[in-house]
Write a protein that binds this ligand. Structure first.
Ligand code: TXA
Ligand code: MG
Length: 345
């Protein structure tokens, strides 16, 4: 199949809408990452998403809407606390899970009795949903296991020949996926951290729980509340080790290990300005004190490490506060949970 590259014009957005209405797949920009979209109400179209990505069948999809009104028909009911959350943070990088209605095909919910819904803030995304005239199911537009794409080129790299079209809407502003919170439990539960922080959720919801999978690795045999969080994820081909400590400790450790026979395929994933001091080829992912530049650049940096042929990577550890929780969560998965903490006893 030839994959069309569509532009961010009214004509091409209309074309994307036609393809989606006809049961095809179009990768679309959003403010978080590129999504691989299909008509959410058409089970056969949604099934093609799983095939194109190589996605495990038990991993449910997020349904994207362009008007608040569309939400009602997708869920069994909208409790007050859900509406309050939507009013505070929609449109935006927040996904809300509620018990689903009958219009949601099993392919979307992967057999669960809930559905995840998001109302994106990027104007182009909403125009595409409007053009399709239906809500769009869309996971991130990467091959399963790879870092989520944050520009049209990375989306094409993964999806060329597998889907009908990619619509180029430029670089994604935020750069990591939306915050996912479930309101299908008595106490709201954060399943995936994103741009909307736990503090911001608490402002509206009061008490929330943070799922164990957010900052750690689920133990063998524990069922994941959010199926996507159990997989090793966002991974470049290189093996990543996060070094938790100061820049000084990072430099000492990598100096020692380069003498011990790491090759020229050993890289550092570090913060801006640290390249001068670190004795390895470096790929940077933002400023140390600025989680938003880190989220914007992390997935790009992971893909760049692959492009440069990195086999082994030592990564500087980001702060896990606020928006940083999302950055840390993604990097931890990219590293397969491999962290060396210099301050552990
Ligand atoms: O920012 C985003 O959310 C992007 C853009 C395209 O909107 N989409 C995205 O989708 O990241 P995906 O499929 O890569 O991640 C969806 C996550 C997965 O971890 C999945 O398991 C979880 O949300 N999820 C979806 N529906 C769920 C449900 N009903 N219950 C629990 N977890 C759910
Ligand atoms: Mg994904």
């Amino acid at each position: 199949m030839e994959t069309l590259l569509l532009q961010n014009t009214d004509k091409d957005i209309a074309r994307a809408g036609e393809i989606l209405r006809g049961g095809g797949l179009v990768a679309i920009p959003t403010e978080t990452v590129y999504g691989l979209a299909a008509n959410a109400l058409d089970g056969a179209a949604v099934a093609k998403i799983f095939a194109a990505k190589g996605r495990p069948q038990d991993n449910p999809l997020i349904v994207h809407i362009s008007h608040l009104d569309q939400w009602k028909s997708l869920v069994s009911e909208i409790p007050d606390r859900a509406m309050a959350l939507a009013e505070a943070y929609w449109p935006g990088p927040l996904t809300i899970i509620l018990p689903k209605s009958d219009v949601i095909p099993d392919e979307v919910s992967a057999g669960l009795d809930t559905v995840a819904v998001r109302f994106p803030s990027m104007r182009t995304t909403r125009k595409i949903i409007d053009a399709a005239g239906v809500p769009l199911a869309a996971p991130s537009a990467n091959l399963s296991g790879s870092p989520s794409p944050t520009c049209a080129r990375h989306t094409m790299d993964d999806m060329r020949g597998r889907i009908d079209a990619v619509l180029d809407g430029g670089e994604c502003n935020f750069g990591v996926e939306s915050t996912v919170v479930t309101l299908a439990t008595e106490i709201p539960r954060l399943l995936r951290p994103g741009a909307v922080t736990p503090e911001e959720l608490r402002e509206v919801l009061g008490e929330i729980e943070i799922d164990d999978a957010v900052l750690g690795q689920l133990k063998e045999g524990v069922k994941a509340a959010s199926p996507g969080m159990k997989y090793k994820h966002y991974s470049p081909k290189a093996e990543i080790t996060i070094l938790k400590g100061t820049l000084d400790e990072f430099v000492k450790y990598t100096e020692l290990h380069s003498r011990e026979g790491d090759t020229d395929k050993t890289f550092a994933l570090c913060f801006d300005g640290e390249e001068e001091i670190i004795p390895l080829p470096c790929v940077t992912y933002g400023r140390e004190e600025d989680s938003l530049t880190q989220s914007h650049r992390l997935f790009n940096a992971l893909r760049e490490l692959d492009e440069q042929g990195a086999e082994k990577v030592y990564a500087r550890c980001p702060s896990a506060d606020g928006v940083g929780m999302a950055v840390y969560n993604r990097l931890l998965r990219a590293a397969g949970f491999c962290v060396i903490d210099f301050h552990d006893e």
